[in-house]
Design a protein around this ligand. Structure first.
Ligand SMILES: [Zn+2]
Length: 301
């Protein structure tokens, strides 16, 4: 992606030096990482669990405790080294993320405007190790997530190394896809899709909720594709960029991840979609650039 020299978003909150994620903040819902919880009914918990760790097999026990978890082969526990000085204030990774975020702002502002709507930029919080959001606390192990409660995307950029080294999804546009997917959840939040999902989620059993979650996640993939479509029109995609995103979508499909981590698949537990589905919806958004092609909420997926 030809991102250098382009506008960088001001909506980055750099919390990588640590501390900020753990202090203050009354009234926030804390996810008891490492502890046991029952099937708590908190909507915030549900949302966090649905949206956090979007690339993993979404086994809630990995977030809600229960030990071992097995998020990924090789442990993937919390990233604890946090010297506070190892991260330059304005390193290249931050510039890249800020540029991609700016591109999503421009694209979605335009799309919303064309529908007579106003897009509100999300914030993107860079963190290291652990972070507190309006959706509760989360560790890096949960992966990037979007919190509807505070309109923020949370990203520990060490995830990108994991994406590359553990999951075999390399390239800057694989990373851009991750960001665009999370921004896709923000779009769902602004357009009311997410609150509709939460209403429908009430009264569903786990298997039904998982199926609904897949539809929500595939739509975020499709929205990422829509963003990539318009980004491509700007002439800043390089040869092979979109293939990097497609490859990432393949590598983080529920079936592929489950095969990799546990050796077998449990379709009822899928909550982000199969590799095939994720690629299909990402490609669908990319091809047309039309939101109307991203209706994953009804019909076959
Ligand atoms: Zn997601």
């Amino acid at each position: 992606m030809l991102w250098r020299g382009r506008r960088q978003s001001d909506n980055i909150e750099d919390d990588r030096s640590g501390g900020g994620g753990l202090g203050g903040g009354g009234g926030q819902f804390r996810i008891p990482i490492g502890g046991r919880t029952g099937g708590g009914g908190s909507i915030f918990l549900v949302i966090l669990v649905v949206l956090a760790g979007w690339y993993f097999g979404f086994d809630p026990s990995t977030i809600l405790g229960g030990g071992g978890g097995g998020l990924a082969p090789g442990g993937g526990g919390q990233i604890t080294e946090d010297s506070g000085s190892a991260t330059p204030a304005n390193d290249e990774m931050k510039q890249f993320v800020a540029t991609v975020l700016a591109e999503t702002e421009d694209t979605w502002t335009g799309i919303f405007k064309s529908q007579g709507l106003t897009y509100e930029d999300p914030k993107l919080v860079l963190f290291s190790g652990q972070i507190r959001s309006a959706c509760g606390s989360a560790s890096s192990a949960a992966g990037p997530f979007y919190c509807p409660g505070d309109h923020k995307v949370y990203l520990d950029t060490t995830f990108f190394q994991q994406l590359d080294q553990q999951f075999g999804a390399s390239g800057d546009f694989a990373q851009a896809y991750v960001i665009a997917h999370e921004v896709g959840h923000h779009v769902q939040n602004l357009t009311g899709i997410m609150s509709k999902f939460n209403q429908m989620r009430q009264g569903m059993d786990q298997a039904e909720a998982n199926q609904m979650s897949v539809r929500i996640e595939l739509q975020a993939d499709c929205f990422a594709g829509v963003w990539a479509h318009f980004t491509g029109q700007k002439g800043i995609l390089e040869q092979g960029d979109f293939e990097e995103a497609l490859n990432a979508a393949q590598k983080i499909g529920d079936d592929t991840l489950q095969k990799k981590t546990q050796g077998y698949v449990v379709p009822e537990s899928f909550n982000h979609g199969t590799s095939q589905q994720r690629q299909t919806w990402l490609a669908r958004g990319y091809k047309s650039g039309k939101l109307s092609d991203c209706n994953t909420l009804s019909g076959p997926i």
